[in-house]
Design a protein around this ligand. Structure first.
Ligand code: UGA
Length: 433
């Protein structure tokens, strides 16, 4: 089937390449010229394992093309995915829908055949309904249907999550061709016995925000337990393992540590609270404020721990920060807990040396005043404390003997509970988790 993907960021670029992989003919629309040029040349402007190979294969074969022209898009197909960003509004909790609205405003007047718009971006509940009215106003003598088909991919696993999702959710108004078209688009996925859930649009929008809110809650739950463990001298990792064996709880997303960051969970729980407030249901989601608080407290606690291991002051100390991406297998530093901690530590008078296997370029761009090293060992030179803040394999493999000769003081703080504490202690290090 022919289809268009509007917006080629993490979500759109992955979706476009994966739709081509499913056998469809895809035109991707990206308005930022540098990004577009890179993608058109088969290069991915961010780190996502496997995506460069997939993209290049489909660009080379011609099944995936990239353009900036909405007119070309309107002419090319009659199925359109909206995959543009919905960031947090500046100074507010709610989501900024400027890009979603602009995509609809630009596309619909150009349509000369009946069309189906499928939204993939994460939006506040009620968006599809609002856009549907706008679409009716903008459509010229054609029938344009809009439905929401949320995406649940994780960065770092984006291709697998798109091609083999846990479920496909479609929120449609009924009476149109959204269900039939989606079943055709995702036929190969549905044939793998992937559940296909047909709902109304508000339900589909809420499935997505509820999923992210639940994941954030799970992480903050275990981090709240971690606070109690620290006070009581108990082991939060052992608790996560023990409660995780209960199938009703499950072990995944119970890794205590520096908490969640990135371009999704933090802004999505805030937008969810803001939207609930608009709907008069603020109280129902007031617990999410605490989820956010627990999460943000992890960052300040990490700074306190760094100060404690440095003997009560950070002034004049050298701190090695291992990890800058918001999680491993990503170069994304949006709302990165690691860089937030690095910034706070620097403001308290220490000099920080940051190293990340993939996120150096993005970190330098966003936090130009931090110092950066070209390797983990270089970052650790003359360090008074080494902080592991993103659990990259490279740091898990790091042996105490690799950095013992270069540090000033053998203090290691494991911000993701990912190291072998016994091995570090055996080598004479003071280990804090
Ligand atoms: C998240 C969701 O997991 C996806 O399902 C969703 O599609 C996506 O947001 C989105 O809305 O687009 P992502 O932001 O890629 O995906 O990252 P996650 O793997 O969820 O990790 C988020 C943060 O939580 C990271 O900072 C990670 O370090 C942290 N985390 C995760 C923990 O602190 N503990 C855990 O046990 C798990």
């Amino acid at each position: 089937m022919r289809m268009v993907v509007l917006g080629l960021g993490y979500l759109g670029a992955t979706h476009a390449a994966c739709m081509a992989e499913l056998g469809h003919e895809v035109l991707g629309i990206e308005v930022i010229p540098e990004k577009r040029a890179q993608l058109a040349a088969g290069e991915v402007p961010f780190y996502e394992p496997g995506l460069p190979e997939l993209l290049r294969r489909h660009i080379d074969s011609g099944t995936l093309r990239v353009s900036d022209s909405y007119a070309e898009a309107a002419d090319f197909a009659d199925v359109f995915f909206i995959a543009v960003g919905t960031p947090q509004k500046k100074g507010e909790y709610s989501a900024d829908l400027t890009f979603v609205d602009a995509a609809v405003e630009e596309l619909v007047p150009l349509l000369s055949r009946d069309a189906l718009i499928l939204g993939k971006s994460t939006v506040p509940v009620g968006t599809t309904e609002r856009l549907s009215e706008r679409v009716d106003d903008l459509a010229k003598d054609v029938k344009v249907e809009i439905a929401w088909n949320p995406e649940f991919l994780r960065e770092g696993y984006a291709i697998n999550d798109t091609l083999h999702p846990d479920r496909v959710v479609l929120g449609a108004f009924g009476g149109g061709r959204a269900e039939e078209t989606c079943r055709e688009i995702y036929q190969k996925i549905i044939d793998e016995n992937t559940p296909f859930l047909l709902t109304d649009p508000p339900t589909a929008e809420l499935v997505k925000t509820s999923a992210n809110a639940f994941l954030a809650t799970k992480i903050s739950f275990i981090n709240a337990i971690a606070e109690v463990c620290e006070a009581a001298g108990a082991d939060v990792k052992a608790i996560a393992d023990a409660i995780g064996y209960d199938a009703r709880i499950g072990r995944r997303f119970l890794n205590a540590g520096l908490g969640f960051g990135g371009g999704c969970l933090p802004k999505d729980i805030r937008a969810f609270m803001a939207r609930a407030g608009e709907l008069g249901a603020a109280e129902a989601l007031s617990f999410l404020r605490e989820v956010d608080n627990v999460n943000m407290r992890r960052r300040t606690r990490m700074v306190e721990v760094a100060r404690e291991v440095c003997g009560g002051t950070l002034l004049g100390k050298r701190i090695a920060i291992l990890g800058a991406a918001f999680k491993p297998e990503s170069d994304d530093v949006r709302d990165s807990p690691a860089l937030n901690v690095a910034g706070q530590i620097q403001l308290q008078g220490a000099s920080v040396s940051v190293y990340d296997p993939r996120a150096m370029e993005n970190s330098r761009r966003q936090f130009p005043t931090l110092d950066y090293a070209t390797s983990a060992i270089e970052a650790c030179e003359a360090a008074d404390a080494v902080l592991v803040l993103t659990e990259w394999d490279e740091f898990l493999r790091l042996q105490p003997s690799d950095i013992s000769p270069v540090v000033r003081n053998k203090n290691i703080v494991d911000g993701r509970l990912c190291l072998n504490a016994a091995a570090w202690k055996k080598d004479g290090w003071s280990y804090r988790g």
